[in-house]
Design a protein around this ligand. Structure first.
Ligand SMILES: [Zn+2]
Length: 219
């Protein structure tokens, strides 16, 4: 029986039966695609900021994120947080989300707000307070230029943050420049501030651990 089709490989999700499949019957990816993503929950520090990351930005998850963001494959939005919904809703109960701001130009080109769509399945309140004072997309910047991008992040409607517990979310953390800037802007105005990134650069994980994860698969 085929219930629906994997968002990545388009095979019927219940086509081939394996033990693993039983755990993922409600997923939007087939078990083979799901297990090829480097999902590895990892807490790391960026200066004084503790960040929780969900996937190592490498291999299949990177391809899918690029397909989603750069090739405007809007239908992929649920796959990134799908298996994490329960976990995240429990862990961050009582928190409201603040999303890292996009460049307006890439959003208009894309035709959708990629991060807003990704977190939609969490059904948590989203507060719109961050924006970029200069419309730069990070896509074509080298590492050094990316490090400076934080200086263009600004705060609006800060009164919306009063008394709120905030979970700041970004899709990918590479240099961490945007996150650091956003964190400093938000911190004085909210009750509590935590940071989550969907994908994090492999530079935030030790080489030994990375090798082990790649060797053993992601679990
Ligand atoms: Zn698949």
């Amino acid at each position: 029986m085929i219930d629906f089709y994997c968002l990545s490989c388009h095979k019927g999700i219940r086509q081939s039966g394996s033990i693993r499949q039983l755990f993922y019957v409600d997923d939007v990816l087939c078990s083979s695609c799901r297990s090829s993503l480097f999902d590895h929950k990892h807490n790391f520090r960026l200066d004084e900021i503790m960040i929780e990351g969900l996937y190592i930005y490498s291999g299949k998850i990177r391809e899918l994120l690029i397909q989603y963001k750069e090739y405007n494959d809007e239908a992929l939005f649920p796959l990134f947080l799908y298996p994490q919904v329960k976990y995240l809703r429990n862990k961050y109960q009582g928190y409201s989300l603040v999303l890292m701001c996009n460049s307006r130009e890439s959003m208009l080109k894309r035709g959708f707000n990629h991060l807003e769509n990704m977190v939609d399945i969490l059904r948590m309140e989203v507060i719109d307070v961050l924006y970029k004072s200069k419309d730069i997309s990070q896509k074509h910047l080298d590492f050094k230029e990316r490090e400076k991008i934080g200086r263009y992040i600004r705060l609006k409607n800060k009164e919306l943050l009063k008394g709120k517990k905030i979970l700041l979310i970004d899709d990918v953390i590479t240099t961490g420049s945007s996150i650091k800037a956003a964190y400093q802007l938000l911190k004085p105005h909210c009750l509590d501030l935590k940071v989550l990134c969907i994908c994090y650069s492999s530079s935030f994980i030790s080489n030994r651990k990375l090798k082990l994860i790649k060797l053993l698969g992601n679990r």
